[in-house]
Design a protein around this ligand. Structure first.
Ligand code: AMP
Length: 305
């Protein structure tokens, strides 16, 4: 796997209040493009690839690190989510970025907010059913961060494909002047998608966790080698993917296998390669929840347009 080229360390200007962020804008950023990469920290090469892309395509890159409490449901991992701020800053100091926004929860959320962004249709997709607060929390925090940072471009990983599709729709629906771009999923050498949560895996679980990627790839290979471009049954594709996952005894739960439209994540009855589709899944290996997805047919052009 290609390792990211890092440059010499720099001192990074750290910003922690909204006022400071807005003043920064007024002072430095007239008529320049700003690439924004929102993260929850515990940075890995997947995050760094988004920063590299922003540096290539915009004049100034700003990263945020904020573990957003409103996107976690009760019983999820908010308290134990990995927080590695020292190491994150060390990694960021090797890039020529303009600033890193690290607000406190109090800075971001007033005690009794009246308004938030509610993408109600997304509570019905599989990932939304499994994580009831997730999409509302994500849309709200990203909308707030866009208003604070005021970027011209924002970069998100294909790794969280439904989040990307939602945010691209959000800027469209709400006329937010930000170009939302997707970047490819960075993977470990065995195919496991990089994720801050992979540290939860025991060594034994880590050894088998790439079964998720392999099962999705089996489905994509089947579609792309099929003699017909149309009417591939999603029931069959789901059962094919499931059969690969079931070969691994450490897969303790298959939460869903979704084959959905690249426009709105609505489930499809059949796949037409010219229209494209997204296969995504959530499983548990032991007690660790993993998600991943791959693009089928023309979905690549729709996601990366
Ligand atoms: P997170 O810190 O997990 O909220 O992720 C911040 C951003 O990094 C999101 O846009 C993610 O989709 C993206 N991201 C996370 N993992 C990867 C990966 N393996 N490859 C590319 N982007 C990623």
């Amino acid at each position: 796997m290609k390792r990211i080229q890092l440059i010499k360390r720099r001192t990074i200007h750290t910003i922690s209040t909204i006022n400071e962020m807005r003043n920064y804008h007024k002072k430095y950023l007239n008529n320049q493009t700003i690439g924004f990469i929102p993260t929850m920290g515990a940075l890995h090469e997947g995050h760094l690839s988004l920063i590299e892309r922003g540096l290539k395509e915009t004049d100034n890159v700003i990263v945020s690190i904020f573990v957003n409490p409103t996107q976690f449901s009760i019983g999820e991992d908010l308290d134990k989510y990995p927080r590695t701020i020292e190491n994150d800053l060390k990694l960021l100091s090797k890039f020529n970025i303009k600033g890193v926004f690290i607000p406190s929860t109090k800075e971001i959320y007033s005690p009794n907010p009246l308004c938030h962004v509610e993408p109600s249709e997304f509570s019905k997709i599989y990932e939304g059913e499994k994580r009831p607060n997730f999409f509302s929390g994500v849309a709200t925090i990203v909308c707030k961060l866009f208003n604070i940072v005021q970027p011209t471009h924002a970069y998100f990983g294909q790794k969280d494909i439904s989040q990307f599709i939602l945010l691209r729709r959000m800027v469209d629906d709400l006329n937010i002047p930000v170009l939302v771009k997707a970047s490819p999923t960075l993977r470990e050498s065995d195919g496991l998608a990089m994720s801050s949560r992979n540290v939860y895996l025991t060594p034994t679980e880590r050894n088998v966790a790439s079964i998720l990627y392999k099962s999705l790839q089996t489905c994509v290979d089947y579609c792309e080698n099929s003699t017909s471009n149309t009417n591939l049954s999603t029931n069959y594709l789901r059962s094919l993917t499931k059969s690969v996952l079931e070969t691994e005894p450490l897969v303790s739960e298959i939460q869903y296998i979704s084959i959905a439209s690249p426009y709105d994540m609505k489930e499809l009855d059949s796949v037409n390669l010219n229209d494209g589709a997204i296969i995504s899944a959530a499983i548990k290996v032991g007690s660790v929840r993993l998600i991943d997805n791959l693009l089928i047919g023309n979905a690549k052009n729709i996601i990366y347009n």
